[in-house]
Design a protein around this ligand. Structure first.
Ligand code: NA7
Length: 543
């Protein structure tokens, strides 16, 4: 074979985003040899690739940051309440430098395959540079939204102007000054970029298939008193976020049903939260994700706001979401999104009623109109949660392909492991809270659990760990049961795989809450890794 063996390690890590970085740091602490392979030319994962204008995190920076090192969290200074992409990328680079991680990261290298060898209980991963690396453990720190997806619209390759996908934005940036621009999609990436592109472009046309709920962020420069209050109380707040919340975000969580209070009080509460801004709007009552009637009160409040903000009543109505309960598709957080539709240089086109027929060399043709553009922006999302894993040729026991195992939807034990794939771990995999949570909180929990598990195996002289089919089946049932008790499966969302034609419709993340989930994971580990088979010695194949 043309491949060359380049290394033998204890652990091979795929990806150098926040998960891969923290893993490297923790594994080194155990004295293990670990190396991360990264397709990009730098660290940061999501924040390395998604450089579109207006990209920022919806979780406040005081919380979207690592908590494992108090000196780090005390010394790092965020400039805004919601940091923008360049600052988060700077933070990722700071992590890499501070813990001297770069010497164990191989950049510009994509893992194309990973194969488990039963006789030695090791993984061999293959890179797109023809290298082969062998390791006892393989950890997929590949992110949940890392395979960008272009729509399959006829003629897409024929467009002669510049095209961009928000998830693969050019490093040098794009200047839209004087340009006529079309953008397809109105998800979170579009909602963040549209106001910024509109300020530059000569004209921006937004092609909307499904309107989205969005809450104003009320972002600002970081208030010094706010930062100090957080830093003083960090240990308590971080602990509460981890252990007591549904999504790993410390905040103002309402404890009562929306239906228990008077219409007047409810209105005042929504108003207060809308004025404050951010995701906390969705925490107003404890049943917004559970009962349609409760959910309707919040949804209608947001629709009223859209009608108030957007001056043209027809445009306002088109921007109002009706087809799914609020929050069951990823809620968006914006800066001037709805306001942007009051600009003279912005047009909203409803492609639900008149779909796009084709992309032409000069623009977009819908069923009733032809539009000419200098540039086209695809804000069309990702093959979420499974796309990146399935794009690799991952083979476990008996040559079993992960792709085949997951043909009817992903199956995992705890979102951390897969039966038939010993010694492979997933960080924030399907079946874990992942995308329903503050990702950094979930990443820290997964990395800590994985590192503790590897430490346990190493100390006990074990060769392999593997989830049992029974434990996995029970976990998948539990994940589905929890999802079905909520309103979430009612939306055609990427949580459900609904954005990818042909992808099985399964609610992929675990909705039982990060606090509960953390406890389940810890209990399983303390109970001698319940549901896992641990092999003491390596089963040597006869020569
Ligand atoms: P999303 O949230 O998946 O949004 C993709 C958008 O693109 C959404 O509005 C889609 O409409 C639209 N889309 C996708 N395919 C098409 C086609 N074929 N035609 C027209 N419109 C299309 O991706 P984002 O990048 O915005 O956000 C991803 C996550 O990143 C976000 O949730 C945060 O967690 C951060 P649809 O709704 O399917 O009708």
């Amino acid at each position: 074979p043309a491949e060359r063996d380049v290394a033998q390690l204890d652990v091979v890590i795929v990806g150098a985003g926040f998960a891969g970085l923290y893993l490297l740091h923790r594994l080194r602490g155990l004295g293990l040899t670990a190396r991360a392979y990264e397709a990009g030319s730098g660290v940061g994962g999501t924040w390395f690739w998604n450089r579109y204008p207006g990209a920022r995190c919806d979780v406040e920076s005081m919380q979207y940051s690592f908590s494992f090192d108090d000196e780090l969290q005390q010394s790092w200074k965020w400039s805004e309440r919601f940091a923008a992409q360049p600052e988060i990328l700077q933070y990722a680079n700071h992590i890499a430098d501070r813990y001297d991680l770069r010497r164990d990261i191989v950049f510009n290298t994509r893992i194309t395959a990973a194969t488990f060898d039963e006789s030695s209980a090791t993984w061999t991963v293959t890179t797109d540079r023809g290298e082969r690396v062998t390791a006892r453990y393989c950890v997929m720190a590949t992110g949940c939204l890392s395979t960008a997806r272009l729509p399959n619209i006829k003629g897409i390759a024929s467009f002669q102007g510049a095209t961009y996908h928000t998830g693969h934005w050019p490093h040098e940036g794009v200047d839209f000054t004087g340009k006529t621009v079309g953008i397809i999609g109105t998800g979170s990436s579009a909602i963040q970029s549209i106001p910024v592109i509109a300020e530059q472009a000569k004209h921006l046309t937004v092609f909307q298939r499904t309107p989205n709920f969005s809450i104003p962020s009320r972002n600002s420069a970081m208030p010094a008193a706010y930062e100090a209050e957080w830093k003083d109380d960090y240990p308590t707040r971080r602990q509460r976020a981890r252990e007591e919340t549904r999504n790993g975000i410390y905040g103002d969580w309402g404890q009562v049903s929306a239906l228990e209070v008077s219409a007047g009080d409810r209105r005042a509460e929504y108003e207060r939260r809308w004025t404050k801004g951010g995701l906390e709007f969705m925490y107003a009552y404890n049943d917004l994700g559970l009962k349609k009637e409760a959910n309707d009160t919040a949804a209608e409040f947001v629709r009223e706001k859209i009608r108030e903000i957007v001056k043209d009543p027809k445009t306002a109505e088109l921007l109002c979401p009706y087809s799914y309960p609020i929050g069951t598709k990823r809620i968006c957080v914006d800066t001037n999104y709805f306001e942007t539709f009051n600009r003279d240089n912005v047009t909203l086109v409803d492609i639900r009623s008149a779909p796009i027929d084709e992309i032409t060399p000069h623009g977009v043709r819908t069923q009733d109109t032809e539009y000419a553009f200098d540039c086209l922006v695809f804000a069309t999302g990702f093959d979420a949660m499974t796309g990146t894993l399935e794009a690799m040729n991952i083979r476990g026991r008996d040559g079993l392909a992960l792709r085949d195992e997951w043909a009817a939807g992903p199956r995992t034990y705890l979102g951390l492991t897969v039966a038939g794939f010993p010694n492979m771990f997933l960080v924030t995999g399907p079946g874990s809270p992942s995308v329903l949570s503050n990702m950094i909180v979930s990443i820290e929990q997964h990395v800590d659990w994985i590192t503790d598990c590897i430490a346990h195996l190493t100390q006990s002289g074990s060769a392999s760990i593997e989830a049992s089919r029974d434990a996995q089946d029970a976990w998948v049932d539990h994940v589905n049961e929890r999802a079905n008790a909520t309103l979430y499966p009612q939306a055609a969302s990427w949580y459900m795989g609904a954005n990818i034609p042909g992808k099985p419709r399964i609610f992929m993340p675990y909705i039982g809450g990060v606090g509960n989930y953390r406890k389940i994971c810890s209990d399983i580990a303390s109970d001698n890794y319940r549901g896992f088979a641990i092999e003491k010695a390596i089963a040597r194949a006869s020569a």
